[in-house]
Design a protein around this ligand. Structure first.
Ligand code: 4NP
Length: 161
C-alpha cells in the first residue's frame, strides 16, 4: 500500500515542529490514516538534539490532548530530502535554511505549513520560544488548521495512487 512521508521542520525542533508532529499524528489516527503517512520532525539548528520538547509546548499540547513527551530533538540531514516526500517548514527562515542544503532535484518538496490552511491570515508559524504561553496556543491553533488541510491533500493523493 502506498505511503507518504512528511517531516515538519523548524529552527530548534523543540517547539513548533514537534507540536505539528503531535497534532498530525493525532489527526491521522482519527482519520484512520496513521499507517499510510509517516510523520517526523527536525530542526535546522543543532542546539537541542536529543532533548524533549520545550515544557511550555508540552503543557499547551497536553491541555488539548496531545502527548509530545516521547519526541526528541534532531537536526535535519541531507538524507531527509530523499526519505521524505514533503519537508514542511514553519517560517521563511526555515525555508531558506532548508533550501541551502537541499539538492536541487528535491527543491519542490519544501513547503510552508500554512499553505495548507489557506483560510488563515498568516503564512508563517511564529517562533514562540522567547514569548509567553499565548504563543504556544497560537502555534497549536495554526497546526490544527494546517494539519487538517494537509491530511485532506494527502488523502486525495493516497486515494489517487
Ligand atoms: P522552535 O523554537 O524552532 O519552534 O523549536 C525554538 C527553539 C529554540 C531556539 C529557537 C527557537 N533557540 O534559540 O534555542
Amino acid at each position: 500500500m502506498k505511503t507518504i512521508a512528511v517531516c515538519f521542520v523548524c529552527l530548534g525542533n523543540i517547539c513548533r515542529s514537534p507540536t505539528a508532529e503531535g497534532v498530525m499524528r493525532h489527526q491521522l489516527a482519527e482519520a484512520k490514516l496513521a499507517d499510510r503517512v509517516i510523520v517526523d520532525s527536525a530542526g535546522t539548528g543543532n542546539w537541542h538534539i536529543g532533548e524533549a520538547p520545550d515544557e511550555r509546548a508540552q503543557q499547551a499540547a497536553r491541555e488539548r490532548g496531545y502527548d509530545l513527551s516521547q519526541l526528541r530533538g534532531r537536526q535535519m540531514t541531507a538524507s531527509d530530502f530523499e526519505r521524505f516526500d514533503l519537508l514542511i517548514a514553519m517560517d521563511d527562515a526555515n525555508v531558506d535554511a532548508l533550501s541551502k542544503i537541499c539538492p536541487p532535484m528535491y527543491r519542490d518538496k519544501i513547503r510552508l505549513l500554512m499553505e495548507f490552511a489557506p483560510q488563515a491570515d498568516t503564512r508563517e508559524v511564529a517562533d514562540p520560544y522567547f514569548g509567553g504561553a499565548a504563543g504556544f496556543d497560537r502555534v497549536l491553533d495554526q497546526c490544527e488548521a494546517a494539519c487538517r488541510g494537509l491530511i485532506a491533500a494527502l488523502g486525495n493523493q493516497l486515494s489517487a495512487g
